[in-house]
Design a protein around this ligand. Structure first.
Ligand code: PLP
Length: 403
């Protein structure tokens, strides 16, 4: 293979068996996606028209009215909040992230809160926690109840936020029902909830108005890409707040994908999302990846992943002091993973340190390291590296001082 990457940069390459984590560079794209990105990089586009074409594809894939390619799920959340606050009011768009007396509250069940909801606040929204975490803290049996959300709704409320993880998705129908009753948009974070492929449609089908996905996770798109999909008017507002608006208003033709046959009555200047510039490479690459993701045989993908994990398990079988087990993915329908049980957190940390120091550096999932368990997640790996991964693990375990 010809080396296009300078050696000093290539020195940071890793074998990433930890999953599509952002700090480990997310997904690796297929050859077809890379070729499409390369061709896009050498072409010019009208970015409104390119986003409008992507909108049609996103709509087909998700069941949404419209969609926008963003620079990630996180950017999608910020744009969703900006759309919920500003709608088509250009003065409100122009003021963000400052809202003054303009309504800006977004309700979120306490149990759905996570480190990524900061992206909502970036737009100028204020998150209002509702409900308790009784079940999660083992303090009681009652989960989220309608009255807890409804009594928190006020004239300052602009949206409801929910999370579509395996642990929280059961609340989404209730959130949707209340959102409809109060004419509020429901924003759903489904960033990492693929596969199963059914989750491309499930959040909107249960009543979300907007949903965000990461492009650089299981979809296998460019690392810094994502999808915002949902109600056409909200997507149009988000587009107005992300795309370059240094346009001559009289010459601007609003794409029907976002505006139907209407035209925005006034155009904002550069919006809150102007810094989240989705590139032509990202838009083209993500759309090709999305098609591949939809058309691939998910059963075969699951089986192939299982078989690769089994081979790795065999490579590690003769090692003493560890045990391995193929475990389910993080949610129903997700790809299986391999748990390597090292028994002691300190030893697991030492294994990680030694794997990190190798060239190429090898990374494993550390989500259960306190229990002395390391996780092999193959989503961001190339099968070509499997042998090298197994050898690296064998080397490190063999050289470990016996405890
Ligand atoms: C990964 C993730 C995000 C952020 O996605 P990006 O595409 O990296 O911006 C947001 N929310 C959740 C729950 C995630 O897992």
């Amino acid at each position: 293979m010809v080396n296009h990457i300078p050696a000093d940069l290539m020195a940071s390459r890793i074998i990433n068996a930890a999953g599509t984590l952002t700090r480990l560079s997310g997904a690796r794209v297929s050859t077809a996606v890379a070729a499409a990105m390369s061709q896009a990089a050498q072409s010019s586009f009208d970015m409104w028209a390119l986003q409008a074409a992507a909108s049609v594809r996103i709509a087909q894939a998700t069941g949404a009215e419209a969609g926008l390619v963003t620079t990630g799920a996180s950017a999608g959340l910020t744009l969703a909040a900006a759309a919920a606050i500003a709608g088509f009011d250009v003065a409100r768009m122009q003021a963000l992230p400052f809202t003054g007396d303009v309504p800006n509250e977004i309700l979120v069940p306490r149990t759905h809160r996570n480190g990524y909801d900061r992206a909502i606040a970036v737009a100028g929204a204020k998150l209002i926690d509702v409900g308790t975490a009784d079940r999660q803290t083992d303090a009681g049996l009652r989960g989220l109840e309608a009255w807890e959300i409804e009594t928190a709704i006020s004239p300052k409320t602009v949206a409801i936020l929910g999370n579509a993880s395996g642990a929280t998705e059961q609340d989404l129908p209730l959130l949707a029902e209340i959102a409809v009753r109060h004419h509020l948009p429901l924003i759903v974070d489904a960033a990492a909830q693929l596969p199963p492929i059914s989750n491309l449609r499930a959040p909107l089908a249960v009543g979300a108005s907007l949903v965000v996905y990461s492009g650089g996770k299981a979809i296998g798109g460019p690392q810094a890409s994502g999808i915002l999909a949902g109600r056409r008017d909200l997507i149009a507002s988000a587009a107005l707040q992300m795309l370059d608006m240094d346009v001559r208003p009289t010459a601007f033709v609003a794409p029907t994908a976002f505006f139907g046959n209407g035209q925005p009555s006034a155009l904002p200047r550069h919006g809150i999302g102007r810094g989240f510039k989705a590139s032509k490479e990202a838009i083209v690459g993500l759309m090709v990846a999305l098609t591949e993701f939809i058309e691939r045989d998910h059963g075969a993908w699951h089986a192939a992943t299982h078989a690769r994990l089994q081979r790795l398990q065999e490579q590690l079988a003769s090692l003493s002091g560890i045990s391995t087990e193929i475990i389910a993915g993080r949610r129903e329908g997700a790809l299986p993973r391999l748990a390597i049980d090292i028994k002691l957190a300190k030893r697991a940390e030492e294994v990680c340190r030694r794997l990190t120091e190798r060239r190429p550096s090898v990374r494993l999932g550390e989500g259960q390291i306190e229990k002395g368990i390391l996780i092999v997640d193959l989503l961001a790996t190339d099968e070509i590296d499997d042998e090298q991964l197994g050898c690296a693990l064998r080397d490190v375990f063999n050289a470990l001082p016996s405890s």
